[in-house]
Design a protein around this ligand. Structure first.
Ligand SMILES: [Zn+2]
Ligand SMILES: [Zn+2]
Length: 320
C-alpha cells in the first residue's frame, strides 16, 4: 500500500503567510525607527536570533533534513520546538522541501533555484507558492513516524503564538517588535540567503552539478551554512566548514554538545573529499554539466556501436 500523503487543506494559508511576512517587516521597522535602541532589546534580539538560527542549521537542516548526527528523542523534540519558533513552518515540511532542493538542485523541479526562477522567487517567493505547501510522506518517512513531530509540523503556529504572547506579556508592543519581529525578520532573510545568494555569489571549491557557492560572509550570518558548495558536494557531513579556516559555529556548538553527551556520531568529510577540494577552484557548473553530458553522449555512442556490431554479427545457426 502506498504511504499516505499528509493532508494540507488550509487554502487561506498563503494569504496568511503573506500578511504575516508583511506584519513582521512592519514590526521590525517600528523597532528600529520608532522605539529605538536599548541594550536589553539588542541583546535579546541577537540572543533569540542565535538560538533559533542554531535550531534551523543544527536542527532542521543538519539533523532532520540530512540526519548527519544522532541524538535522543527528547533533544530531537527540543530542536524541533525551537525551530518552529523561527516561523519557518514545521520540521517535517522543512526537511521534505530541503531534500527536494538537493534532489533537483538548480534543475527545473528545484523548489528555490535562482537559475530557474530568479532571485526574489528563490529568496522568498517560493514560500508563498502553493506548489510547495505539500509533501509526500515517502520523502520524510524517517520523520513522520514520530507523532510529536507530526503534531509540531501540523500546529507549527502554536509555539509561535506562545512566543509572541510572551514578548507582549513582558515587553508590550516594544517587546513584540524588538524580541520577535526584528529578530525573526533578520533570521528569515539570513536563512533564505542560502537558497538565493549562496547559489549566486562566492567561490566554487567543488565541481558540483549545481551552482552552489562558498561565501565567507553568509557563513557568519548563518552560523556555518555559507559553505554551501562544500555542503552540496558532501551532504552527510555534520561539519560544513571542511578546513580549519572555514568557521562553522553550528558545528562548534554541536561538538560541545557531543562532549556532554547530548548528541553523538557527528560526521566529518572523508580525506578523499578534503583532497579533492584542496585546490579550491572548481570550474563553473555549466562547464561541469556540459562535460558530464558529453561523457554520457560518448558512452551512448559507444553502446550504440556495440549494439550495431552485435546485430550485424552472424548468428550461430548461420555459421553452421
Ligand atoms: Zn542541505
Ligand atoms: Zn543549495
Amino acid at each position: 500500500m502506498a504511504p499516505a500523503t499528509t493532508p494540507r487543506h488550509f487554502k487561506a494559508e498563503n494569504y496568511f503567510n503573506l500578511l504575516g511576512i508583511l506584519a513582521l517587516h512592519f514590526g521590525a521597522g517600528l523597532a528600529l525607527f520608532h522605539f529605538g535602541f536599548r541594550t536589553l532589546d539588542v541583546a535579546l534580539a541577537v540572543g533569540l536570533y542565535v538560538l533559533r538560527m542554531f535550531a534551523i542549521t543544527g536542527g532542521y537542516h543538519r539533523y532532520f533534513s540530512h540526519r548527519t548526527f544522532k541524538t535522543g528523542r527528547a533533544f530531537q523534540f527540543v530542536l524541533a520546538l525551537i525551530g518552529t519558533l523561527s516561523t519557518q513552518k514545521g520540521p517535517i515540511w522543512w526537511s521534505a522541501i530541503h531534500r527536494r532542493h538537493h534532489r533537483e538542485s538548480d534543475g527545473p523541479n528545484d523548489v528555490h533555484s535562482v537559475l530557474q526562477k530568479g532571485f526574489w522567487y528563490s529568496h522568498i517567493g517560493w514560500v508563498l507558492d502553493s506548489a510547495h505547501e505539500n509533501y509526500d510522506d515517502r520523502e520524510v518517512k524517517d520523520l513522520v513516524k514520530y507523532p510529536e513531530l507530526r503534531w509540531l509540523d501540523r500546529f507549527h503556529v502554536v509555539p509561535v503564538l506562545a512566543y509572541i504572547a510572551l514578548t507582549v506579556a513582558f515587553g508590550g508592543l516594544r517587546g513584540i517588535c524588538w524580541w520577535y519581529c526584528l529578530s525573526t525578520v533578520a533570521l528569515m532573510h539570513g536563512t533564505f540567503t542560502i537558497n538565493s545568494l549562496s547559489h549566486v555569489f562566492g567561490k566554487r571549491r567543488f565541481a558540483t552539478t549545481d551552482d552552489s557557492r562558498n561565501n565567507w560572509l553568509l557563513a557568519i550570518i548563518t552560523m556555518g551554512e555559507g559553505w554551501h558548495n562544500n555542503h552540496h558536494r558532501y551532504q552527510s557531513s555534520t561539519k560544513q566548514g571542511f578546513y580549519w579556516w572555514e568557521y562553522d559555529f553550528t558545528y562548534y556548538i554541536l561538538k560541545a554538545l557531543s562532549v556532554v553527551g547530548v548528541v553523538s556520531e557527528l560526521r566529518v568529510p572523508p580525506q578523499k573529499i578534503l583532497d579533492e577540494g584542496r585546490a579550491g577552484n572548481a570550474p563553473p557548473f555549466r562547464e561541469v554539466v556540459a562535460a558530464k553530458l558529453a561523457a554520457m553522449a560518448g558512452r551512448a555512442n559507444a553502446l550504440g556501436e556495440h549494439v550495431r556490431e552485435a546485430v550485424s554479427m552472424p548468428s550461430p545457426s548461420d555459421a553452421e
